[in-house]
Design a protein around this ligand. Structure first.
Ligand code: SAH
Length: 347
C-alpha cells in the first residue's frame, strides 16, 4: 500500500485531488499525520465518507515499542521499535539543558563495517523510509510526553547511504504544518561517504554535519573504518573544507578514543594540521565497550584533548548519557537479536 506519511505536502495534495477532493484536504491530512494519529478515524475535521475512502486506499503504520529502557541516572530513554515488517530499530531520547534531543536510526543495520561499532555486525537489512524516520520522532515524543526540539541522525545506519529518504524526511520534519523543527536543530552524522557530503554542500542546508573521523591518517583509518578504502581521509578533509566554504557551517568531528590505535600525540598534531583554515570542533568520545570488538577504551582522552587545544583546536569530551541502559548505537538491537536466536535454538 502507498506510504501516505512519506509524502510531501504537495504530493499529498495531489493524491487527495486525484480522489476528487479539494486541495485543502491535503493539508488537513498532512497535519494529522504529523501529529502522530494512529487511524483516519481520528481525523475529525474530515467527512466520514472521506475517512473511509482513505482507509480503503491507504494504511497508517505505527511502530510498536518492542522494548524500552529508562536510565535511572539521567532519564535517558532508549526505544527498540518494531516496524510493520517485524524489523527492529533504536532511538534514544536525551534530556539536555538546551532541549530534548532524539537520536534516530537511518537504516535497519548498517553495511559500513566500522570495526568498533555494534550496529554493523550483522550488516544492513534495508533502508528506512521517510515515514519510518519521522515516526521515530513522532512516537518518541508521544510515548515520553516530552517535546522534542532537536534531532540527531546518529543511531543505527549510515544516513548518506540512504540520502534520498533522509532528505525527504528533513523536508517533512522541517515543515511548518508538521513538527516544524529548524535545520539548525538537526545534526547528521556520517562515516565519510563523500558523494553525500558533496551533495549536502551543494544544497547548503543549515543543519550540523558531524563527521566520524576516528583517525586522521589513512593507515589507521582504513584499519578501523573500511569506508576509508573507498573514500580516503585526505579527500575527506578536502570535502570538509569545501563543505565549510559552501555552507559557512562549522563541522563537528567525532573521535572515539581507542587504546593504542588512534590516541597518540602525533595523531592529535595531524588532526590540527588538517583542520587549519576551518573552524572545526573535535568531539572526543570515550569508546563504548562492545563485547564482540577487540578494541578497548583509551586512557589518554584528557591528554589528547590538551594536545589538540595546544594547537588551538576546540575539543570537548562527550558526556556519556544512559550508561546503565546500553544506550549506545546498536547495542539494544543486538541484544534483542541474540536473545531471539537463543530462544529459537532452544525450542
Ligand atoms: N553511520 C554514521 C552514524 C551512526 S554512528 C556515522 O558513522 O557517523 C554514530 C557515532 O557513534 C559515530 O561517530 C560512530 O563512529 C560512533 N560509534 C560507533 N561505535 C562506537 C563505540 N563502540 N564507541 C564510541 N563511539 C562509537
Amino acid at each position: 500500500m502507498t506510504d501516505l506519511k512519506s509524502m510531501s505536502l504537495s504530493e499529498m495534495t495531489e493524491a487527495l485531488k486525484g480522489m476528487g477532493e479539494p486541495a485543502f484536504r491535503g493539508k488537513q491530512v498532512f497535519t494529522w499525520l504529523h501529529k502522530g494519529v494512529h487511524s483516519f478515524e481520528e481525523m475529525t475535521n474530515l467527512p466520514k465518507a472521506l475517512r473511509d475512502k482513505l482507509g480503503e486506499a491507504y494504511s497508517i503504520a505505527v511502530p510498536k515499542v518492542a522494548r524500552k529502557q529508562v536510565s535511572r541516572q539521567d532519564g535517558t530513554i532508549k526505544y527498540l521499535w518494531e516496524l510493520a515488517d517485524g524489523n527492529c530499530i533504536e532511538s534514544v531520547l536525551m534530556q539536555y539543558h538546551h532541549g530534548n534531543t532524539v537520536c534516530i536510526s537511518s537504516q535497519v543495520g548498517c553495511r559500513m563495517g566500522c570495526a568498533f561499532c555494534a550496529s554493523t555486525i550483522a550488516g544492513k537489512v534495508r533502508d528506512l523510509t521517510p515515514s519510518e524516520l519521522l515516526d521515530q520522532v513522532l512516537f518518541t515524543q508521544a510515548d515520553s510526553g516530552l517535546t522534542i526540539s532537536n534531532i540527531v541522525l546518529m543511531g543505527i545506519g549510515e544516513p548518506m547511504d540512504n540520502l534520498d529518504n533522509v532528505l525527504k524526511f528533513l523536508e517533512l520534519v522541517n515543515h511548518p504544518d508538521g513538527l516544524n523543527i529548524g535545520m539548525r536543530h538537526i545534526s547528521l552524522s556520517t562515516c565519510g561517504v563523500l558523494p553525500g557530503i558533496r551533495r549536502l554542500a551543494e544544497l547548503g542546508l543549515q543543519l550540523t554535519l558531524s563527521v566520524s573521523l576516528h583517525a586522521p591518517d589513512s593507515e589507521t583509518r582504513s584499519r578501523i573504518m573500511p569506508v576509508n578504502r573507498a573514500y580516503d581521509v585526505e579527500q575527506l578533509f578536502e570535502s570538509c573544507h569545501d563543505y565549510f566554504q559552501k555552507t559557512g557551517r562549522r563541522i563537528s568531528f567525532e573521535y572515539a578514543m581507542i587504546d593504542g590505535v588512534n590516541d597518540s600525540d602525533w595523531q592529535a598534531d595531524l588532526i590540527a594540521r588538517k583542520l587549519k583554515g576551518m573552524p572545526g570542533h573535535v568531539n572526543l568520545i570515550p569508546l563504548n565497550d562492545v563485547v564482540e570488538s577487540p578494541y578497548k577504551p583509551s586512557r589518554r582522552v584528557a591528554a589528547f584533548q590538551k594536545r589538540l587545544e595546544s594547537h588551538g583546536v576546540t575539543a570537548t569530551v562527550r558526556r556519556s548519557l544512559g550508561g546503565d541502559i546500553d544506550a549506545s548505537c546498536g547495542q539494544l538491537r543486538r541484544k534483542a537479536m541474540e536473545e531471539a536466536e537463543k530462544g529459537e535454538g532452544s525450542r
